[in-house]
Design a protein around this ligand. Structure first.
Ligand code: BTN
Length: 263
């Protein structure tokens, strides 16, 4: 049975959406709105971004057609806070599956791919203070018909995958619905359940991979993803537990990369 406190936590996420046509970065606008309203559930969307940011200080190409969305969260605890990006990644996959019957895959920690090309990513930033505030920035390539030359081989969109144009608001609403359910489970610490959802889409476990971390490059077989979201990599010498890094997959579990149709 659930305690009254748990029931409150299960109903805590109530999104208020602020829509823009052009901002520098929806994450920055979300931060400013947090400073003004101090309210969990502020959601910012924008048709384009002038300075969209990706992980590892990369640029996130943000022309028309993409979904650019940021959410302000004030989780009631800090335990396994890194799982918030995992929740967002699995919520993207579930939404793409629900709406477009796509079979996306996640490359650890939270790159969403279709047939090996990136369709979505997540950038988590926090505001330090008395209570933990996390801004989750979500980028999904929705209706883009093409990408700049440097991204042509690595990025795709839902339009390119389905040959159809789709409604942005519909994707936004589906994503927020799926995300809400998972975030509320995070608030009551249902971590293993959330990781199980993430693992449904994971293509990293069992793969032969190179992981570039802040301190170097490691090569091996991905043995598992831990309950905290760490990656266990079995190298020739030993087994490493990695908390961050950029994974390049050479061979999927048991199959050659180029023959795999799932991702
Ligand atoms: C990644 O590198 O995979 C993360 C990309 C995150 C992009 C989104 S778009 C909305 C939000 N605003 C930003 O400036 N970045 C994130």
């Amino acid at each position: 049975m659930m305690l009254p406190d748990e029931i409150n936590l299960m109903k805590r996420f109530k999104p208020t959406v602020f829509r823009y046509t052009c901002v520098n970065s929806t994450n920055d606008t979300a931060k400013s709105l947090w400073k003004r309203f101090s309210k969990e559930g502020i959601v910012v969307t924008s048709t384009t971004q002038r300075q969209g940011r990706g992980r590892k200080k990369r640029r996130w190409t943000s022309g028309t057609g993409g979904l650019y969305l940021s959410i302000v969260l004030t989780p009631p605890h800090r335990k396994n806070v890194q799982l918030l990006t995992f929740i967002a990644a699995s919520a993207i996959c579930q939404s793409l599956h629900n709406l477009f019957q796509l079979q996306p895959a996640i490359k650890w920690p939270n790159d969403v791919l279709i047939k090996g090309k990136k369709i979505g990513g997540i950038l988590a930033e926090s505001i330090l203070g008395e209570i933990p505030i996390v801004i989750l920035g979500i980028g999904i390539n929705l209706n883009q018909k093409n990408f700049p030359p440097e991204l042509k081989n690595t990025a795709t969109s839902i339009f390119l995958a389905t040959k159809k144009k789709h409604n942005q608001k519909e994707l936004e609403e589906e994503f927020l619905n799926v995300f809400k359910d998972r975030y509320e489970k995070y608030c009551v610490k249902k971590f293993s359940l959330l990781l199980k959802e993430w693992k449904k889409w994971d293509m990293t476990k069992g793969a032969q991979a190179i992981v570039r971390t802040a301190t170097g490059k490691e090569e091996g077989i991905v043995k598992d993803i831990t309950d905290e979201g760490g990656l266990l990599l079995k190298t020739k010498e030993n087994t490493l537990l990695l908390h961050e890094g950029e994974v390049t997959i050479h061979q999927l579990a048991g199959k050659r990369l180029k023959n795999n149709l799932k991702f």
